[in-house]
Design a binder for this molecule. Structure first.
Ligand SMILES: Cc1ncc(COP(=O)(O)O)c(C=O)c1O
Ligand SMILES: N[C@@H](CCOP(=O)(O)O)C(=O)O
Length: 577
């Protein structure tokens, strides 16, 4: 569809401003539906359990709540002193009916999930630069040292809870056996494996692009030898892995014999669990002496598959008083190009369109696909969760026609379906200028090159502006950022220049030790720096441990992966029963 075409396929004569979807936070009479629909319009009225176990809708769409719940009256005073787990319980309860998971059970699942974190605050907020109101939200204190643990520790326990309930009194092949298939560019894989290892009635298959994840990430995944864990190294890119996973979900043959489950952020539970830390960070900031009540709060998020920032968008729609969310991409910049041009296209024909040709930093146009960068977890061409945002954008646009809500939802589903078809057939699509304007109300974007990433790591290692904040790794008392977190911080610095005074919370998505290559490249000439000082004890000797991994050669395709999954599940079931 061209950007000038009507995106809902109807004559919409005069554009009215779309109604705000966030309901009145004081309105406690309204009970949210706690039912779910597919972004492509094919399914409605599904329960939380159904969407968590299914992962992807049968029409290929992603699940979203039929309504975004509003915050309860006095949420701020009631929630501000809650622990991370108690806060998660309050937020998640707005989306999960107590008739599906009784509150005492939900509390137990949540508490168990965060008891594995090393930091008492679960996701601590540190001051990076007080003068500029720049804060870092450390999300890497879980078992695998990446932000994915926040959601995947929870999802693992949730799967287990549902399966124990479904399998009560059942034996052998009658039991509901979940075959989880996931794609990773490094972090989801290990977090999913640590969330699911050894769990009864679950087999987990993780596809990673061979040689394109960091050595620590690769070792974290492949040294887990539990019988239910299966690592597949795919000759290809992360997008190839993601496409294979989606093909399996769409395949009638495997769906007849296996119950597939998703651990990628296509699974709604991943997004939901991540909303907690936006609220938690907001409360930590607003209670700190540095907080200035008359200044806004922005979140800046290193972005690849658009899952992490989407959780912030949901928090904002619920009523969290956040200013714009800043999308920070690496040189794989499909999202940055969307916000600059309104075109969502896999390939930048001449460097970034926004920069009108070859980018100023000299990065080459990536005509042949994804570019390998120093932030490999974000080396993604197509961001799967962007589809969820597209639904809300199409829904708001449809609302301008003055029809009822049912109609608006239907139109949104049809429109998302059309856009996604165009992405598949032509490699991209454009949106109406009003839709782009609506996307710009809540988001801004920045693209950060590898060179800028390295400069940022260097700057915060040695800069006195860090006010002595340390992550315990920097010999100079500075802060060692991992390359993904550095992309967020570099984007924050740009945003601060345009918006001085605004509090910026930049999300730190991984521990620096996971990305030795980039950190070493940035800091090797710095006096006193040694990578060993960064290394947590959990990583020492990891590379020398026994590994188990199956190669998926080029050309094997998703059918080849299907065969591996079928054979290995069968062998596992025979072995365990
Ligand atoms: C370390 C790290 N940072 C950032 C991202 C991007 O997050 P998202 O894919 O949710 O946008 C990822 C991968 O997802 C990651 O592993
Ligand atoms: N960066 C991710 C890619 C998969 O993203 P997901 O959030 O959709 O699981 C990774 O580290 O694997």
């Amino acid at each position: 569809m061209s950007d000038s075409a009507n995106p809902v396929g109807l004559a919409v004569p005069t554009r009215k401003p779309a109604p705000a979807v966030v309901e009145d936070p004081k309105d406690t009479t309204h009970t949210p539906s706690q039912r779910y629909l597919s972004t492509r319009g094919g399914s409605y009225g599904l329960s939380f359990e159904e969407v968590v176990l299914k992962g992807l809708a049968s029409d290929g769409g992603l699940f979203i709540p039929e309504e975004v719940p509003s915050l309860p009256r006095d949420w701020e005073s009631k929630w501000q002193n809650l622990s991370f787990s108690d806060l998660a319980l309050e937020i998640l309860s707005l989306y999960i009916s107590p008739s599906e998971i009784p509150p005492t059970d939900l509390k137990e699942i949540i508490t168990g999930s965060y008891s594995t974190f090393r930091a008492p605050e679960t996701t601590p907020l540190v001051t990076l630069n007080e003068k500029d109101n720049l804060y870092l939200l450390e999300l890497f204190h879980g078992p695998t040292f990446a932000f994915k643990d926040v959601a995947l520790q929870f999802l693992g326990n949730l799967f287990e809870y549902f399966l124990v309930r479904r399998n009560k009194g059942k034996a052998g092949r009658d039991r509901h056996h979940l075959t989880v298939v996931g794609a990773t560019s490094g972090d989801t894989g290990s977090a999913a494996i640590y969330g699911l290892r050894g769990k009864k009635d679950i087999s987990v298959f993780i596809l990673h692009p061979q040689g394109r994840v960091s050595p620590i990430q690769e070792a974290q995944m492949t040294t887990v030898l539990d019988a239910n864990v299966h690592n597949l190294a795919v000759e290809g890119t992360f997008d190839d892995c993601q496409d294979m996973v989606k093909a399996l979900f769409a395949d009638p043959k495997i769906n007849k014999t296996h119950k597939l489950g998703a651990v990628n952020s296509i699974n709604w539970a991943r997004i939901l669990a991540q909303t907690t830390y936006y609220f938690h960070a907001y409360f930590t900031l607003t209670k700190s002496p540095a907080y200035k009540a008359d200044h806004k709060v922005r979140f800046v998020v290193p972005t690849g598959n658009f899952g992490d920032i989407l959780a912030g968008y949901f928090a904002k729609r619920m009523g969290l008083p956040s200013d714009k969310l800043v999308v920070a991409t690496n040189e794989n910049d499909i999202l940055d190009r969307f916000w600059k041009t309104g075109h969502y296209e896999k390939k930048a024909v001449h460097g970034t369109a926004a920069e009108g040709g070859i980018p100023a930093d000299g990065a080459k146009a990536h005509e042949d696909g994804v570019k390998e960068t120093l932030s490999p977890a974000m080396d993604i061409l197509v961001s799967s969760n962007f589809e969820r945002l597209l639904w809300f954008l199409a829904y708001e646009y449809a609302a301008g026609a003055g029809m009822d809500d049912e109609w608006n939802k239907k139109q949104a589903g049809q429109e998302v379906d059309a856009w996604l078809r165009e992405l598949k057939s032509k490699g991209g699509f454009g949106v109406h200028p009003d839709i782009l304007a609506s996307a710009k109300k809540d988001f801004e974007s920045e693209r950060i090159s590898d060179i800028q990433t390295l400069e940022t790591i260097k700057q915060f290692y040695s800069s006195p502006s860090t006010n002595g904040v340390t992550n315990g790794n920097a010999s100079k008392g500075g802060y060692i950022l991992d390359p993904h977190s550095a992309i967020g911080v570099a984007a924050s610095l740009r945003s601060i220049q345009r918006n001085p005074g605004v509090h910026h919370i930049s999300l730190a998505t991984a521990h620096p030790a996971k990305f030795a290559n980039a950190v070493d490249l940035a800091l090797k000439d710095e006096e006193g720096f040694s990578f060993n000082t960064v290394l947590p004890k959990e990583f020492v000797g990891l590379a020398q441990k026994e590994k188990r991994v199956t190669l998926v050669p080029k050309g094997a395709g998703w059918e080849g992966v299907r065969k591996i999954v079928e054979d290995e599940v069968e062998a596992e079931l025979k072995g365990s029963r």
